[in-house]
Design a protein. Structure first.
Length: 374
């Protein structure tokens, strides 16, 4: 499992080394978001209006979003944090069939209210998208989903949040990258004809406030990945992976070959949210892993440049808040021999598979904090 193929609400890329904690909002002198009643009629009905749309994508991301914005009052195991489909509202107005019995485009939503730092109530439309750049109906479908959401919701800003690959060795598992820019690099034939390809999009009218509440939330509420990504757990994960035929590329590697600074437990006790204003993340339509430090990018992900292009056309300010769910992967083993791409991809997927929900918890909290700091 990885960011590439975890798109189904019935596919759980979750393991259970620890619970997601109940959130004590008093630690940051704030209040929990509250659900707003919706007069829901049918999937083809327009969405309710809101001040902001917060979109996410994979099942791990959706579980973390729900835990932070909807069910923050109790600790939950990763599997129980997964929202029941019946607890969210399906939205499919104008959507084509996905050709799947699992995904029902466009996706699922909830409406919550938060109090901002000035005491005003803000409505936030939470959206779990089933449209994805790398899956049918590809870029055109994702762009249409974004346009339909904005037409209905009439937001003053739009966020895309979720998992991402690390771009440099300084980005540890569980860190968060915040940016207002995205570069589009496409390779699937369904997408390469788009005028968005090879373009960089930057929002010049808005950037989330990362200076006030967010550092306090980072200190008091972020999940420390050192609690779960221990040396013992890494060894268990590698041993288990080697016993899976699909991971035969990992068979000859020891944990010493694969552990590097971004996933070393000694570096995971203080997760950080970092502003990358005007530094684009890289959007691809295949599962891309950095081959080394790539400081020209904020992170690596698979949808946001399309959101940027569509939002810009509609005149809606946008931002991206991406958690590091799979860090930069080592290129060589301890003997200095190159590690093949299959093994690097397998190890990257193991990181996401086991810890993506914990890193997503931090990303959802960062999004909430910057929305409160409206």
């Amino acid at each position: 499992m990885s960011r590439f193929n975890d798109i189904s609400m019935r596919t759980l890329a979750l393991t259970e080394p620890s619970q997601l904690p109940a959130i004590d909002w008093n630690l940051v002198n704030q209040q929990a978001p509250t659900l707003v009643d919706i007069d829901y009629t049918q999937p083809d009905a327009p969405l309710p209006e809101a001040d902001c749309i917060v979109m996410t994508w994979t099942s791990a991301e959706w579980a973390a979003m729900d835990h932070v914005f909807v069910r923050s009052g109790k600790a939950e195991s990763p599997s129980s944090a997964m929202p029941a489909v019946s607890s969210w509202y399906l939205y499919s107005r104008g959507a084509p069939s996905s050709g799947s019995t699992v995904n029902r485009l466009w996706g699922y939503y909830q409406l919550v209210s938060i109090k901002d730092m000035g005491g005003a109530s803000r409505k936030i439309l939470l959206f779990k998208s089933d449209a994805h750049l790398a899956h049918p109906p590809y870029l055109s479908g994702l762009a249409e989903a974004c346009r339909d959401l904005v037409d209905d919701v009439k937001p003053s800003r739009i966020y895309s949040i979720g998992t991402a690959g690390g771009a440099t060795d300084s980005q540890n598992l569980g860190d968060v990258a915040i940016t207002n820019a995205a570069t589009c690099k496409l390779s699937l034939p369904e997408n390469t004809g788009s005028s968005d390809n090879d373009q960089t999009f930057t929002c010049t009218t808005f950037f989330p406030n990362t200076a006030d509440l967010l550092p306090i939330v980072q200190e008091k509420l972020f999940y420390k990945l050192s609690q779960v990504a221990t040396s013992t757990e890494w060894q268990r994960i590698l041993t288990q992976a080697k016993n899976d035929p699909k991971n035969k590329s990992l068979a000859h590697y020891s944990l010493a070959d694969l552990i590097n600074a971004p996933i070393d437990p000694v570096n995971l006790g203080a997760p950080k949210a970092v502003s990358f204003k005007d530094t684009p993340l890289l959007t691809t339509d295949t599962y891309f892993i950095a081959t080394g430090n790539s400081p020209q990018y904020a992170a690596l992900e698979m949808d946001d440049a399309v959101i940027a292009a569509a939002s810009a056309q509609l005149g809606v300010p946008y931002a991206f808040i991406r958690n590091i769910s799979d860090a930069v992967i080592v290129n060589t083993d301890k003997a200095g021999n190159p590690i093949p791409s299959a093994a690097r991809s397998a190890w990257s997927s193991e990181q996401y598979d086991h810890f993506g929900i914990y890193s997503s918890f931090n990303g959802a909290l960062a999004a909430w904090a910057t929305l409160v700091d409206w």
